[in-house]
Design a binder for this molecule. Structure first.
Ligand SMILES: *Cc1c(COP(=O)(O)O)cnc(C)c1O
Length: 338
């Protein structure tokens, strides 16, 4: 089976398993796991922040950020296209008691003016806007890179109004590769940033939330409250460190392969996609026939993708694919839909 459902399907390599087996560990709830501490410091440094916190998932990273920046009854402004709005099980309401204000365009971008237009809290009867969340790359928009100048514009408006700014950077590594800008530059306008180690980087588990030391200290308390305090978890942090050392540069290959798939889809009448819009490792295409039918037909030929709407499919490239897998997928698409 060629699995293009997500970049989370990768398995740890033998070298990564070796690093995990050899990891020095301790009880991280007591702050005594040296490998976790190394990972947290490493990611904080890469993102240009004071401190980092290892968490079990990207969702927890985002939800901790929402928890530390808000109080119950507050409002969080974010893109309608965002992961937090669509795919985090209603957690902002359940865990932080906040309401969401989804805005922005089909690319998942908000401008400074977009944010300025919805900020409120002046009157007693209005919710108080406290936080803006952006996403880079934008998953639901096909892995688009959030332009840095637009990020800075939003940051300026956030600062004007005393709002906190969080980045869901699950795939910030991909954005850095495509834009040629460092992760630290892309993270600079934000108070907090969460990044995933378990997506394109290929670690089995884990994300890191980074920000100012005081903010991260508070997030650590809420991590425990959310059930995310882990013990000898250096065994997983070691996988993250290994991924950062050895897998980051490979993301460029994922991007090339995604582009190859987009070009193959673009020539088939069943699909609608502009290959230029594929900037990273996510390929989203509209389908003339129901997405489920497309997926069934692909599965019959040993290729798996996911539906992203009734007439939308998503394919995601990742490090466990080979060039042959990509060419085989192109052949299958051409045979089944040509
Ligand atoms: C995957 C993802 C997350 C976090 O997902 P987890 O499965 O909880 O690690 C957050 N944001 C975006 C944009 C994602 O793609």
């Amino acid at each position: 089976m060629i699995d293009l459902r997500s970049d989370t399907v990768t398995k740890p390599t033998p070298a990564m398993r070796q690093a995990m087996a050899e990891a020095e560990v301790g009880d991280d709830v007591f702050g005594e796991d040296p490998t976790v501490q190394r990972l947290q410091a490493r990611v904080a440094h890469l993102l240009g922040k004071e401190a980092g916190l290892f968490v079990p998932s990207g969702v927890m990273g985002n939800q901790l950020a929402i928890r530390v920046h808000t109080r119950p009854g507050d409002e969080v402004v974010l893109a309608e296209r965002s992961h937090i709005f669509h795919y985090e099980s209603g957690a902002p309401a359940a865990l932080s008691g906040v309401q969401l204000r989804p805005i922005g365009d089909a690319r998942g971008f908000l401008t400074g003016d977009d944010v300025r237009a919805v900020v409120r809290g002046r009157y007693d009867w209005e919710p108080r806007t406290r936080l803006v969340c952006l996403e880079n790359t934008v998953n639901k928009a096909g892995g688009l890179v959030y332009p840095l100048d637009l990020t800075r514009e939003v940051a300026e408006v956030a600062r004007e109004h005393g709002l906190a700014l969080h980045l869901d950077g699950a795939r910030l590594w991909n954005a850095a590769v495509t834009s040629g800008q460092s992760e630290a530059d892309l993270a600079a306008p934000f108070d907090t940033v969460s990044v995933c180690l378990s997506k394109g980087l290929g670690a089995p588990v884990g994300s890191v939330l980074a920000g100012e030391a005081e903010t991260i200290r508070l997030a650590q308390r809420y991590r425990k409250l959310f059930g995310g305090g882990m013990r000898q978890v250096g065994i997983l942090a070691a996988a993250g460190l290994h991924a950062l050392d050895h897998h980051r540069a490979d993301l460029a290959t994922d991007h090339t392969r995604a582009h190859r798939l987009a070009e193959a889809l673009a020539v088939l009448p069943v699909f609608e996609i502009d290959p230029v819009s594929v900037e990273t490792n996510i390929v989203i295409a509209q389908t003339a026939m129901p997405a489920e039918t497309v997926l069934e037909r692909l599965a019959e030929h040993g290729v798996r993708m996911v539906a992203f709407g009734p007439h939308t499919i998503r394919a995601t490239t990742h490090r466990d694919l080979s060039d042959a897998d990509v060419e085989r997928t192109v052949d299958v698409l051409t045979q089944a839909f040509g």
